[in-house]
Unconditional design. Structure first.
Lengths: 323, 371
């Protein structure tokens, strides 16, 4: 039987080789598909990020980018002559952080509540629903620069239509300077952002609502359960995963807010967000090192929030069972 | 006492009547089945009983109360949906207790009720699970449990078994029948499955085109169908419809058929008085497959038994018995013979026809003509 045995083993090895060849070619194909995207990411995201981190550890300015010398964490924090210096000791930085957090908290929660109401209305059957759905999306479709400019004119203290309407309704006696006043400007920015981004929230929530089974609402009707109760006991728990995603997106977005604030109020410290702060340091004060350090701090806070969120959502999907 | 009375109910969505004057009344504790092909209006009627659809005209009474324009929640009904309609975010126990919670039943009573229902349906071990973790049959039980926990005056079942596989469907059918026997509840049940209708119902309403074609007990409907549609819809395999001519033979009237050799044979009719005036007319003879069998010794002496030589086209053994497909007057006919009746396709064999439950229809209208 030796001949037969060798025959067996040779077909066996052929099978193994074919199998591994298949695996190899699959791995190669995967790399071929991945490589262009990885290269692109490396060029447009990885390289700038690494360079920013490097600059944040140097005393680079616009005029001496090439001769910048390494100064460690001095841009972030340094103790010198009995005083703290660096971003983390900069009052304007902390002001920007506070503004950003206030902006994020108020705009995202207002967008969530309004977006939910919009979505519930758009989910109901009524004539011309398609038209209304499209109309609601318009604010979101307009580029932020354009809509912020429009709002800038509407909120203008002398020529703005908002003041005009409020005055003719006798709600205010004298024009308010919405975008310049220290008390009002942050709220003006929040209102404009809410106007712009609520449609996005409504769209995400509407998508979640449309996935809901319709039969349990009929069952609830037969059982005589009040619609408000149905909303809190059935609808809300079911769309919670979608809400968490929508809120996460918006929070990460709001923490990086720049355009709407910069266009409406430019560099005012009353509304300055951390991104506006970083731009001011980088471009206007030409402090590339200092500005980069601010950018790195923005990056680190957004990244750590993302990591925490990913960890939490992984854990709940692994241990929470079917929701 | 009438538990449910449907008086001349019409439903119109704007393009003609979907339901054209429905009249049904059932007593307390009865199991009513609405059966018919899809599009016959049975689900619409069910939704109108539930209050999910408005009534165009007519009235619906529960007991002595007119509920025609009453909200679903005030009708004191519970409904089991085809898709179960469980709340996906709640556990089985919460699903069952939710309706009670809304009715402000105290917590310990709710728990007791959940336990009672869970025991009844054998789902005690599933109480903490979410609907997504249950099989189809288990979801079905939970959906029934939710209805049972409420103890309403009327239960509505909307095709509750149609999403289950064949074996489970038969099991759950028996369970539902047992539940009804034990609890004595009044049930309205919609199905398109005539076997479900026959096995479960106290009374069946066979519907087609928005009209109740026949309303009666399962046996009445099976033995005495009101028209050709009901006769063909109820029973599996379906009743044979054989076109033939009625002829007067002396004082009697008989149905004329041709056997496998082309020889004319005469079959007696069970109700000759009703057909007396129809000599020479073409009619449809309806005869159920189990009435065409191999020659059975013990039935030979019965008065309406005849033998025919028929050609076997196909044999379909099912184990318990064998279906023979044969031909009579140019129509295929199904015959139910014993499993040991050894005939092969192509053979001509002697078959016994029991005409005692034969029925006759008008070939144009499908109406019964021998009553």
């Amino acid at each position: 039987m030796p001949i037969h045995e060798s025959g067996m083993s040779s077909t066996g090895s052929v099978l193994v080789r074919r199998h591994s060849k298949l695996v190899v070619s699959r791995i190669r194909a995967a790399w071929v598909f991945l490589l262009p995207m990885l290269l692109l990411l490396l060029v447009v995201a990885g390289w700038p990020l690494l360079r920013t981190i490097w600059f944040s550890l140097t005393d680079a300015t616009f005029s001496n980018m090439e001769q910048a010398s390494f100064i460690g964490l001095e841009n972030y924090l340094i103790y010198e002559d009995g005083e703290w210096f660096g971003i983390l000791a900069d009052g304007l930085w902390w002001r920007a952080v506070w503004n950003t957090l206030t902006f994020t908290a108020f705009s995202v929660s207002l967008e969530l509540v309004l977006g939910m109401i919009f979505a519930l209305v758009l989910n109901a059957e009524f004539p011309m629903r398609g038209l209304v759905r499209a109309a609601v999306l318009i604010p979101w479709a307009i580029p932020t620069i354009v809509s912020a400019k429009i709002w800038g004119w509407m909120l203008h203290d002398q020529f703005g239509i908002v003041n005009h309407i409020l005055m003719s309704l006798a709600l205010i006696d004298s024009p308010l300077s919405w975008t310049a006043s220290a008390d009002l400007s942050l709220w003006a920015v929040i209102v404009v952002d809410v106007w712009k981004t609520t449609p996005f929230m409504a769209l995400l929530i509407l998508a979640a609502l449309q996935m809901l089974p319709s039969d349990c609402y009929e069952a609830a009707r037969v059982d005589g359960i009040h619609p408000v109760k149905v909303f809190f006991r059935v609808t809300l728990p079911l769309i919670m995963p979608a809400l968490v995603v929508a809120v996460t997106f918006r929070v990460l977005d709001a923490l990086r807010v720049f355009d709407v604030i910069y266009v409406l109020t430019s560099n005012s410290s009353d509304t300055m967000s951390i991104s506006v702060f970083a731009r001011q340091q980088l471009v206007e004060f030409q402090q590339v090192g200092y500005g980069s350090a601010a950018s790195v701090l923005v990056f680190l806070s957004v990244m750590s929030l993302t990591l925490i969120w990913m960890y939490l959502s992984n854990r709940s999907s692994n241990h929470g069972g079917v929701k | 006492m009438a538990a449910l009375t449907i008086n001349n109910v019409v439903k119109n969505y704007g393009q003609g009547d979907v339901l054209k004057g429905i009249n049904i009344a059932i007593n307390s504790g009865e199991f009513l089945i609405l059966v018919g092909p899809s599009g016959c209006g049975k689900s619409t009627l069910m939704n109108m009983i539930a209050g999910l659809e408005t009534v165009t005209s007519g009235e619906i009474l529960m007991g002595d109360d007119d509920v025609t324009n009453v909200e679903p929640k005030d009708r004191d009904i519970a409904m089991v949906f085809q898709s179960y309609a469980l709340y996906p975010n709640m556990s089985v126990a919460e699903n069952i207790a939710f309706g009670l919670e809304i009715r402000k039943v105290p917590k310990d009573e709710r728990m007791k009720e959940v336990q009672r229902v869970a025991k009844l349906l054998q789902i005690e071990h599933l109480l903490d699970r979410k609907p997504g973790q249950l099989s189809g049959g288990q979801r079905q039980r939970v959906a029934m449990g939710r209805a049972l926990a409420r103890r309403p005056r009327l239960y509505l079942f909307d095709e509750p078994l149609s999403n289950l596989d064949a074996k489970l469907r038969v099991e759950m059918r028996t369970e539902i029948k047992k539940l009804h026997q034990n609890l004595g509840t009044t049930i309205v049940y919609v199905t398109h499955d005539q076997i479900e209708a026959m096995t479960l119902a106290d009374r069946i309403a066979v519907m087609k085109d928005g009209i109740v074609q026949q309303f009666g007990t399962p046996q009445e409907i099976y033995d005495n169908p009101a028209n050709q549609f009901v006769a063909g819809f109820m029973g599996s395999p379906a009743m044979n419809f054989i076109p033939c001519r009625l002829v007067g033979k002396g004082t009697e009237i008989m149905a004329e058929v041709q056997d496998a050799f082309g020889k004319v044979q005469y079959l007696p009719v069970p109700n000759p008085q009703a057909l007396a005036s129809m000599s020479g007319k073409d009619v449809i003879l309806g005869l159920r497959p189990e009435k065409i069998t191999e020659p059975l010794q013990h039935k030979e002496h019965e008065p309406l038994i005849r033998h025919l030589q028929l050609k076997v086209l196909v044999t379909e053994p099912t184990g318990a018995d064998t279906m023979l497909v044969s031909e009579l007057n140019g129509e295929q006919v199904d015959c139910r013979v014993g499993p040991r009746f050894g005939v092969k396709p192509g053979e001509i064999t002697d078959l016994m026809l029991d005409m005692s439950l034969a029925v006759f229809f008008d070939p144009e209208t499908g109406a019964r003509i021998d009553q």
